[in-house]
Design a protein around this ligand. Structure first.
Ligand code: ATP
Ligand code: MG
Length: 452
């Protein structure tokens, strides 16, 4: 008897330790079964308590009255499917007449603690059907990226709080702004982007006014780098010139006549035949405010030149395959004229932890007040956590997996042979020492076998 008790106690303690140390394993081994049982057992009372039921049908009431039976109770939404996932459960529900998908998203927090889950997100997948995506544990505490598909200029960059992968898709959202206080994880996010893009056919161009401390170690995969505002101004002018050249190529190819099929007419580089298509460019700017600050008249002129070039690239670059990714601690009108215009061109928005509401508003003020609130609530002890949104008003909480500088350097060195040489940007090509040979050193002469 005592032995059984000890065995049970050890087992329970083991399960609790597993839950704390390896929540994903715990979820797969035990959590799913417990959660499905809990959700199905509590389903009706929870729906009723959350106000997600409707009254009984009239014919049922009439029937009950006619047969003098008990009145039927309220009806909950019908469960269409319960699907366990790697990190939680997905409950697909058929709404009852008169219900609204908004009722479910407004009750998400109540559902979360009533079902004992870590998070619940509701979305309407088609008319009358909502999906409750529930997470069983805090997936952002220790980020483990699931296997993710990669596409042309579409890279997995972070994990969302519902356990799915968050992608940075340059062809869908060409330009983006990444804001956050110091130590919030902006550069690690950017490093992750570089490490992922390194394996693709793309030219990386960097501007890092912290004397290149973040991007210079990754230089082998960069076609051009500028580490001070003077070089940045020249580099941006060269990029604008390249953009004009690409438009000339596209224009020359656009012989639209009645006998050219629709699929062969193009207004961007992706429609060009492969042998003519210029390599796409991702321009990464770290600490953008450094480019906008000035003290002398000369510096002011340089600043205006830089901001004008950035605005032109963000305005016209997409079709020429030039994508802009800007990182900074703040990016508001206090940085001078042209900044809000540039910000308006940056469709993708990512905000890491910020120190005040004004900074959060720089990312989301003109898009979504909820996202501003969520950004302010990011805790200090979770660097890499960010709110990612776009200009359509949607947003999601994400966290980037930690990518060390060493890992990013290894990825860049491994793909160094993919670095395209761009003639226009040749003056900015980083000068690099040759890679150390991986060959083993030749055996010492003393120990070499004597010739026969
Ligand atoms: N995704 C992450 N997971 C775990 N730790 C992280 C993550 N991102 C960043 N950190 C930690 O936070 C530190 C600061 O990150 P990072 O250099 O990216 O901040 P930053 O926002 O670029 O700061 P600054 O504005 O000063 O350059 C990193 O050295 C790392 O220790
Ligand atoms: Mg940084």
């Amino acid at each position: 008897m005592t032995e059984t008790l000890i065995f049970v106690l050890v087992l329970v303690a083991g399960v609790l330790v597993l839950r704390w140390l390896r929540p994903a394993w715990y979820w797969t081994a035990f959590g799913i079964v417990f959660a499905v049982t809990r959700v199905l057992l509590r389903y009706r009372p929870v729906m009723e308590a959350c106000g997600l039921t409707v009254g009984p049908a009239r014919w049922r009431l009439a029937l009950a009255r006619a047969t003098r039976q008990d009145m039927p109770g309220p009806r909950s939404p019908r469960i269409l499917r319960v699907r366990p996932t790697r990190t939680g459960l997905v409950l697909r529900l058929k709404m009852r007449p008169g219900q609204d998908a908004f009722d479910f998203s407004a009750s998400a927090d109540r559902l979360r603690h009533s079902f004992g889950m870590h998070g619940v997100v509701s979305r309407e997948i088609r008319s009358g059907v909502v999906e409750l995506a529930m997470t069983g544990f805090d997936v952002l505490r220790k980020v483990q990226m699931p296997a993710a598909e990669r596409g042309t200029l579409r890279v997995p960059v972070a994990l969302r709080d519902d356990g799915t992968v968050h992608y940075r898709d340059y062809r869908q959202v060409p330009h983006a702004l990444n804001l956050g206080a110091t130590q919030s994880g902006k550069s690690v996010y950017q490093r992750r982007l570089v490490a992922e893009l390194a394996a693709q056919d793309v030219a990386l161009v960097g501007i890092d006014c912290k004397q290149g401390v973040e991007l210079a170690p990754l230089a082998r995969r960069f076609s051009a780098l500028a580490d001070n505002p003077d070089d940045a101004a020249e580099l941006l002018d060269a990029l604008v010139e390249r953009m004009a050249d690409i438009y000339r190529i596209i224009r020359a190819e656009q012989r639209i006549s009645a006998d050219v099929p629709d699929a062969e007419t193009t207004a961007d580089i992706w429609g060009l035949p492969e042998h003519l298509r210029p390599v796409p460019i991702v321009l990464l700017v770290d600490e953008v405010a450094e480019l906008a600050l000035f003290t002398t008249k000369e510096e002011e002129k340089r600043r205006d030149r830089i901001i004008t070039a950035l605005v032109r690239l963000a305005q016209l670059g997409r079709a020429a395959g030039i994508y802009v990714e800007v990182c900074g601690q703040r990016f508001g009108s206090e940085l001078g004229k042209g900044i809000t215009m540039l910000r308006a061109q940056l469709t993708g928005r990512t905000a890491h932890r910020v120190n005040d509401e004004a900074s959060a508003k720089m990312a989301f003020g003109d898009i979504s007040p909820d996202a501003v609130l969520a950004t302010i609530q990011i805790p200090e002890d979770r660097p890499g956590t960010a709110i990612a949104g776009d200009s359509s008003g949607g947003w999601v909480r994400t966290r980037t997996p930690f990518t060390s500088l060493r890992q990013a350097v290894a990825a860049c060195n491994a793909h160094a042979d993919r670095t395209p040489e761009l003639a226009e940007l040749a003056p900015f090509r980083p000068v690099l020492p040759p890679l150390k040979s991986a060959k083993l050193p030749a055996p010492a002469t003393e120990s070499a076998p004597a010739p026969a």
